[in-house]
Ligand binder design. Structure first.
Ligand code: GRF
Length: 218
């Protein structure tokens, strides 16, 4: 049975596009039943409409509290009987109550090698810290910000000429294959989150997930 996915966005939605493309190519056994944005001008909404996916805009500024906004989002998702929530550039911190409701059923992609550089401006912080490598993490969402169990990391070398912008571009390009890969595992019932541990094909994943190492092409 195809899994039913809701994708939450706030912006460009290039990761959403990658997921749509992988579904169209039969690489993910799923259907996106809802794209929800907290920004009315998010370009990802146009991508969804072009793919005939139902969209919903809930602007957080229309709600009195974070709790009220999250309850409205939860209602939209529950109406669609969703199996998996995919956060794809959704720039809102969700309440613990919301996150707990979807334990083991909500994924996020974060542009750093967790547990390093949680939060924003990760590329600049990696440069500032003189890190030799940077990358991305695909993880399940828990109430701790960017703290849930990681399924996959892609490790990108930082070269001497990199700045935050070039590094962002490098990492972003790998997001578009890494995120669909993990979503495909979940949708094929190969990836399970149990008590903060991840199992892939019944095998316990290492802490911070499987690693893909990208060679330096500079
Ligand atoms: C990505 O960089 C992702 O790592 C972060 O938000 C950004 C979303 O980009 N969580 P896009 O909207 O999918 O292009």
């Amino acid at each position: 049975m195809k899994k039913r996915i809701a994708v939450l966005i706030s912006g460009s939605g290039s990761n959403l596009q990658a997921i749509i493309d992988h579904i169209d190519a039969d690489k993910i056994n799923a259907e996106i039943v809802l794209v929800l944005s907290n920004k009315a001008d998010a370009y990802g909404l146009i991508r969804a409409e072009q793919a005939s996916i139902p969209t919903q805009v809930l602007q957080h500024t229309d709600y009195q509290s974070r709790h009220d906004f999250d309850q409205a989002v939860l209602k939209c998702i529950e109406e669609q009987q969703v199996d998996l929530i995919v956060l794809a550039g959704f720039m809102r911190i969700l309440t613990e109550q919301f996150v707990s409701h979807f334990t083991g059923r909500m994924l996020n992609i974060h542009p750093s090698l967790l547990p390093k550089h949680k939060g924003l401006n990760t590329h600049q912080r990696a440069i500032d810290d003189k890190d030799s490598e940077h990358g991305l993490s695909v993880h399940f969402v828990t109430p701790e910000l960017d703290g849930g169990p990681v399924a996959l990391q892609v490790i990108v070398p930082i070269s001497e000429t990199d700045d935050a912008s070039s590094l962002q571009k490098k990492v972003h390009s790998h997001e578009h294959s890494a995120y669909p890969k993990v979503i495909a595992w979940f949708c094929a019932d190969r990836l399970l989150c149990r008590d903060n541990n991840l199992l892939l094909d019944g095998e316990l994943l290492p802490q911070y997930g499987l690693k893909e190492i990208i060679q330096n092409n500079d």
